[in-house]
Design a protein around this ligand. Structure first.
Ligand SMILES: C[S@@+](CC[C@H](N)C(=O)[O-])C[C@H]1O[C@@H](n2cnc3c(N)ncnc32)[C@H](O)[C@@H]1O
Length: 445
């Protein structure tokens, strides 16, 4: 096989790629696969797109003969060469003069050539393709993508021509079929998705079935429905939807939206009562003035934070279910700190949520953990140590419970943390699953 040097081996417009990746970090970016499912170490799409493109296209130094045959390009290169030669000669002169003095002037290197200028100019135009490719708004810009695909095809056809005498040329260098792309550790699927976008047949695999599902949803299923209209009953009866053209996965997306909404509505009908909103009352505002903007409103809960409990090992509190809380901090964001403060009273305790920095930062950070260990705790009521050897049998015997520690609701500018209420705890405890697993469990320990 005759390998050609690829662009990625020579140079990349890193600043543009980094900027594109930075833009993608916006967590609310609409249309990003991340909004479907979070995957750790997911590569930015911009970087994946740029890197695959730069691996597929030849560096122009590999085809200067072709470039030389283009009279317009050649003229441009000759003009650039003149300017470059002038600089080079000046640098050489400077280096010559510096010889024998104590000035450290580097040698200018070999004399620039017309071929280098030709490759340079062409490389810059490949860079411009990458600069366009990495912009988030161009993710589905067909003109930009097609320009990139054309370059990939041009490089591939050159490779096929150069390897026409390879013994397996027919199979390996088919000028009508690009080589396929396979990412065996595909994870969130950034690389196979972008390879597919650039026109390659994409394959992905992963050890983790969740990653496999994400990849199926991103690169396997959508192409099967490319250009097809949606099939949901609304789309089949609505005239404007029947008449319109459905490009790419638009039809499938419409169905996913329709049936997603249907599932959400059905779920709300059946279990919505288990997820009540929180009404912010004037009473609550008395102790939490930060809640004033929400008074009289019902706000949506996005999470209920529970702590597992075990019976206190201290005989004086044997009836109290004490929490195993790995932290009491709810938010450590500067200016938005919130934490849980347990209040010991009437031979028991209750949790309250406070905003601002805790007075005892270390205690809030550690919850009821004992030191830095993740498996031994201290009894909230007495400080009695609860090592793993005490907790494990408690868990195995099914004596673990749970206490609601805090409520996280959706505020206007981010999360709002609220103290638990007995009503909220009661609602949660009222949900008795009728299909819970019957096998023995260790309750997480
Ligand atoms: C760093 S992630 C890949 C991230 C991916 N490039 C992206 O952009 O989302 C590495 C992946 O390798 C997978 N993996 C680890 N060991 C593996 C194995 N032996 N076979 C297949 N997949 C494996 C993991 O499940 C994980 O999804």
């Amino acid at each position: 096989m005759k390998p050609s040097k690829k662009l990625i081996e020579v140079a990349l417009p890193l600043d543009a790629i980094n900027k594109g990746c930075q833009e993608e970090k916006n967590p609310f970016l609409l249309g990003h696969p991340r909004s479907l499912h979070l995957w750790w170490a997911r590569r930015p799409l911009a970087a994946a797109r740029a890197v695959i493109f730069a691996q597929m296209v030849d560096d122009p130094s590999a085809y200067v003969d072709t470039l030389r045959a283009d009279p317009k390009l050649k003229r441009k290169a000759e003009t650039a060469l003149k300017a470059r030669l002038k600089l080079w000669e000046e640098a050489r002169e400077l280096a010559r003069k510096a010889k024998g003095t104590n000035l450290a002037v580097p040698e200018p290197g070999p004399q620039p050539t017309l071929d280098e200028m030709l490759a340079d100019i062409e490389r810059q135009s490949l860079f411009r393709i990458i600069e366009d490719l990495v912009l988030w708004e161009n993710t589905t810009n067909e003109t930009v993508l097609q320009t990139a695909r054309d370059e990939i095809w041009a490089s591939w056809r050159r490779a096929c021509a150069e390897n026409a005498d390879h013994p397996r040329a027919k199979e390996l260098f088919d000028r009508k079929k690009l080589p396929a792309f396979h990412d065996p550790f595909a994870g969130g699927g950034a690389l196979p998705l972008e390879a597919q976008r650039l026109g390659l047949e994409s394959y992905s695999s992963d050890l983790n079935p969740v990653a496999v599902l994400i990849n199926k949803a991103m690169i396997e299923i959508p192409p099967k429905f490319a250009g097809r209209p949606p099939v949901n009953p609304e789309a089949r009866t609505e005239k404007s939807l029947i008449a319109r053209e459905w490009k790419g996965a638009q039809g499938l997306a419409e169905d996913v939206r329709y049936y997603g909404q249907w599932m959400r509505d059905e779920a709300e009908k059946r279990i919505g009562h288990l997820y009540p909103k929180v009404e912010v009352t004037a009473e609550m505002v008395k102790v939490r003035p930060d809640l004033k903007p929400y008074v009289g409103r019902k706000i949506t809960v996005i999470a209920w934070l529970w702590a597992r409990t075990v019976k206190s090992p201290n005989p004086a509190f044997a009836k109290v279910d004490v929490p195993l809380a790995s932290t009491f901090m709810l938010s450590t964001k500067a200016g938005k700190e919130a934490y849980v403060e347990p209040v010991i009273e009437n031979g028991g305790y209750r949790f309250t949520v406070k905003v601002g920095k805790p007075r005892d930062a270390e205690r809030a950070k550690n919850g009821t953990k004992s030191g830095s260990s993740g498996s031994s705790f201290l009894c909230l009521m007495s400080g009695t140590p609860m090592p793993f050897e005490y907790l494990r049998p408690e868990a195995k015997e099914g004596r673990m419970g749970a206490r609601l520690m805090a409520i996280v609701a959706e505020g206007e500018r981010g999360r709002v943390y609220l103290s638990p209420t007995p009503e909220m705890e009661a609602v949660a405890l009222s949900a008795i699953p009728n299909d819970a697993p019957e096998t023995e469990g260790s309750q997480g320990l």
